[in-house]
Structures are given as structure tokens and as C-alpha cells.
Design a protein around this ligand. Structure first.
Ligand code: E4P
Length: 214
């Protein structure tokens, strides 16, 4: 399963990249707003750090405005992937851009039929938002299972990018459900390498060694 970081913060992206296991980045307008920098300027800097796919979301909501905005964003770097919402206009824009060779990440996916249609339109990635479904007492992980089954039944090549992951158990669950990619906030990535028995184990090994050999 590929690992993307879900942030627009350059320090977090650098720190995750330094771990040596980062495959890409997802951003969205809320994450960019937190950094207080115009979208395009921040994307240039992110693409200087990470060579893998960097998702950039359009602000337009209608097909005719989404497509030129996407084409401008795609000029920033070869690794830009255009994020479009799972709406009828987003679906049409996905088809238009896919036919022109521009990769898309279909975001805000909350039910399996949205995932089916964007795969038919040639999406590179689909982003089911698990945490936001869990927030309203639905089952986010179950959505990933359903999309995986539909894609496998018909051989769709769109990759499932599990998004809105809030804690380490979400990562385990989507890996078991067959997600192709998990996009994860920095603090959750850091948590994924932690276990108290690892820390206490190191302390005990060192203490035993020092006691015996100084
Ligand atoms: C993914 O591309 C989104 O940016 C992100 O995962 C949304 O997460 P949230 O629901 O925690 O805001």
C-alpha cells in the first residue's frame, strides 16, 4: 500500500519524506488555507520536495470552469494530480481531463456508485473519506471493501486512495480492505511507528548490557 501525507505544511512533508517511505501528497483547500499561502505557490514548493503524485484540488464547481483551472494546475509540475469532487460536473471533468492525459483524484467519495462512475470516466485515484463517514455513524472501512470488490469484479484500474484517516487503526483496516494508497496526516504517520513495548524493550536491552559490561 502506498503512503501519501495529507497536508500542505512543508515541514511535515519534509519530515515524512525524510523517513524514506513517502510516495505522494494530498492537499485540499482547507489544508492550504491553514498555511496562508496561495495554492499555486505552495504546490510549486511541495513538488520540489516530493517526486510522487501531488494532489491539487480545483476550486471551481462547474465543468467548464474546472477544466481550464485543472489545466493551469497541471502545468505546475509533471507529478500534479487534479483533485475533483465526486459530482456530475466533476465526473464530466474527470472524463475530459483523462482523455487529455491529465491524471485525476476524485475526492469526497462517500458511496460505491460514485467510485464506479469515476472509474468508468478514467480516474487515476478515487478518495473515499472514511473518517467523515464514521463521524455520522456510517462505516467508512466498509466503503473501501465495497469499492475494492466492484473494481476487482470488473478490472477497473482506478486506485483506491483511503482518505480522512484519523488514527492508526484506520490504516490497518484499509490495508486489510485492499486500499492501494492511504493518505495520512503527519501525526498519525508518526504514531504508526510507535509502541510502548518497543520503547521499554530498548530501555531494558540497554540497561542489561550496561549492568553486565559497563
Ligand atoms: C484527502 O485527500 C483529504 O484531504 C483528507 O483526507 C480529508 O480529511 P479530513 O476529513 O480529516 O478533513
Amino acid at each position: 500500500m502506498d503512503l501519501y501525507i495529507d497536508t500542505a505544511n512543508l515541514d511535515e512533508i519534509r519530515q515524512a519524506n525524510d523517513l524514506g517511505v513517502l510516495d505522494g501528497v494530498t492537499t485540499n483547500p482547507s489544508l492550504i488555507a491553514k498555511e496562508g499561502v496561495p495554492y499555486a505557490d505552495q504546490l510549486v514548493k511541495i513538488c520540489e520536495i516530493v517526486a510522487g503524485p501531488v494532489s491539487a484540488e480545483v476550486l471551481a464547481t462547474e465543468h467548464d470552469a474546472m477544466v481550464p483551472e485543472a489545466e493551469e494546475l497541471a502545468k505546475i509540475a509533471d507529478n500534479i494530480v487534479i483533485k475533483l469532487p465526486c459530482t456530475p460536473d466533476g465526473l464530466k471533468a474527470c472524463k475530459t481531463l483523462s482523455d487529455r492525459g491529465i491524471r485525476t483524484n476524485m475526492t469526497l467519495c462517500f458511496q460505491p456508485l460514485q467510485a464506479w462512475l469515476v472509474a468508468k470516466a478514467g480516474a487515476f485515484l478515487v478518495s473515499p473519506f472514511l473518517g467523515r463517514l464514521d463521524d455520522i455513524s456510517e462505516d467508512g472501512v466498509d466503503l473501501v471493501h465495497k469499492i475494492r470488490a466492484i473494481y476487482d469484479n470488473y478490472g477497473y484500474e482506478t486506485k483506491i486512495l483511503a482518505a480522512s484517516l484519523r488514527h492508526p487503526k484506520h490504516i490497518v483496516d484499509v490495508a486489510l480492505a485492499g486500499a492501494d494508497v492511504a493518505t495520512i496526516p503527519y501525526k498519525v504517520i508518526a504514531g504508526a511507528m510507535k509502541h510502548p513495548l518497543t520503547d521499554s524493550g530498548i530501555e531494558r536491552f540497554l540497561a542489561d548490557y550496561r549492568k553486565a559490561l559497563g
